[in-house]
Ligand binder design. Structure first.
Ligand SMILES: CC(C)(COP(=O)(O)OP(=O)(O)OC[C@H]1O[C@@H](n2cnc3c(N)ncnc32)[C@H](O)[C@@H]1OP(=O)(O)O)[C@@H](O)C(=O)NCCC(=O)NCCS
Length: 200
């Protein structure tokens, strides 16, 4: 994820999490050294994107007045995922796929990428919270070996819903490694081989 993606990411977040308030400040998150955000990009669909305003304050204001930023054509983003790295754990803080692109394997694609990035960062496990009612997400996480390890009561302030905490087994264990490899092979067989590119 990069600055030019932020209007599309904000729109995807609004669609996927309509009650989330305040919205995530992705511009700040992109500077967070403990976080990593990735996007899923269509290479054959484009949108007109309005660059997001930069820094507030007098300089930013004058800069924008003198040089209004023109809309640009950008590739369509269809999903994103955010990870926070803490104490040897990778925490999935957000994952979403555009409504019109759901059930095509993209959530799975983003989750595979997240687990690979966590392994690359020497994390022991990947963990997350999900609404107890979020059957699609819970099914996705179960498919990748996440176990329910706890419950946070009334975690979501919009409706007081509980969150279940789900965590993988140790990523470096032979069992999880073999399980994950199987899952990725099955994914590639079903959807065709994918390219997951990690920027340094
Ligand atoms: C959860 C989410 C990311 C899944 O993305 P997706 O691209 O539609 O999912 P995929 O097509 O990759 O499906 C992968 C697996 O997830 C599960 N799954 C996804 N959607 C499902 C649904 N509607 N019902 C049941 N299982 C579902 C299945 O196990 C599926 O495997 P299968 O195809 O072998 O059945 C998507 O539903 C989403 O963006 N939801 C809104 C945001 C959200 O709730 N994020 C999670 C916060 S914890």
């Amino acid at each position: 994820m990069e600055e030019g993606d932020l209007d599309q990411v904000a729109a995807m977040e609004r669609e996927a999490f309509p009650t989330l308030w305040p919205p995530t400040t992705y511009r700040r998150e992109l500077k967070n050294k403990m976080a990593e955000y990735s996007v899923c990009v269509r290479d054959d669909e484009f949108v007109t994107s309005q660059p997001q305003p930069g820094k507030k304050g007098l300089l930013g204001f004058l800069g924008r007045r003198n040089k209004p930023e023109a809309p640009v054509q950008r590739q369509l983003l269809v999903g994103f995922v955010g990870l926070w790295y803490m104490a040897g754990e990778a925490h999935i803080v957000s994952i979403a796929v555009r409504e019109a692109y759901k059930r095509k394997g993209l959530g799975e694609f983003l989750l595979i990428g997240s687990i690979e990035m966590a392994t690359h960062r020497d994390c022991q496990v990947v963990t997350l919270e999900a609404r107890v009612s979020n059957d699609p997400a819970i099914a996705l996480y179960r498919k990748y070996g996440f176990n329910e390890v706890g419950l946070r009561r009334r975690y979501y302030s919009d409706n007081g819903e509980d969150a279940i905490i789900m965590t993988t087994d140790k990523l470096t264990s032979d069992e999880y490694d073999a399980f994950f490899e199987n899952r990725v092979n099955a994914f590639d067989e079903r959807y065709g081989e994918t390219v997951r590119e990690y920027l340094a």
